[in-house]
Design a protein around this ligand. Sequence first.
Ligand code: NAD
Length: 303
Amino acid sequence: MTIKAGVIGVGYLGQHHARIYSGLEGVKLVAVADASAERADEIAARYGARAVEDFREMLDEVDAVSIVTPTSTHYEVAIECLKAGKHLLIEKPITATVAEADSLIEEADKRGAVIQVGHLERYNPALVSLLGLIEEPVFIESERIAPFVHRALDVDVTIDLMIHDIDIVMSILGVAGVKDVRVAGAKVLTERFDLAKAWVEFEGGVTALITGSRISRIKQRILKIYQKYSFLMLDYQKMRIRRFYRAGDAIEGETIKVEGKEPLREELADFVDCLRTGRRPLVTAADGRNALQVALEITNKIK
Ligand code: NAD
């Protein structure tokens, strides 16, 4: 069965959803929508789809859509798509507020629709390999820092970047919430928080120190997992894992090779597979909602 897909919002990231759907086996990219008719035309022409300015015009023709519009619009777009009976891949963060996320979850459950959330880094092959090496973490550190660019300035860095790491740590620990949060952060180049640090004690008692910045000089995305007698370090960009462990009185280290794959292709292929098989997505709407709740708690505490 061919899945008929559409992409709503084909800006910086949405164009890649369109590119990948157009080449994915068993999928037909039917239409792309963008509030800018020019942009919709450009991407539709590039990938052989129909262009529409108003996403409602494509809903009769598709089974599923990716929603890749600015975060502040996710809810209003998603709720209409759900009411039209569509399955959704919603870019992260799922919505701007937890109440909006809850409303989408309720509507999807009522209609038996799939919602997958675009926490792309979960499909990074280095993270997938790392999961097999994790035993019982005692402490976690993550850092996601990037130079300033004029994108996603409608949200704080906690919601834009840090939420990836919050979601990953929660999925590693298998928890849905936090016990305690301490924070620090600042507005430097914008009227939103551009950098933040959070000390988060998760349910179950493991603590993580999470850093996010969009005003750094360098781009770096690192995860460190400390566990009894070993230490794992993941570099998301290099898709590389290093493992250090105690060997007698010495510390030994090894680099673990990871086969390079495009995370977004893995994510969209997984979404399509969920639609075919009826299984649960790797990143459910509830996961997206729980990560958002923690990210908002951190943001509110900084305020
Ligand atoms: P962008 O501004 O480059 O693109 C958004 C596009 O949506 C624009 O072309 C805009 O014209 C269009 N648009 C706005 N409202 C619309 C509507 N109602 N209907 C149709 N089109 C509409 O933004 P972006 O950087 O591509 O980010 C989009 C989303 O993707 C955000 O939610 C962001 O958080 C998320 N994102 C996720 C990752 C990730 O790693 N998973 C990375 C980047 C962006």
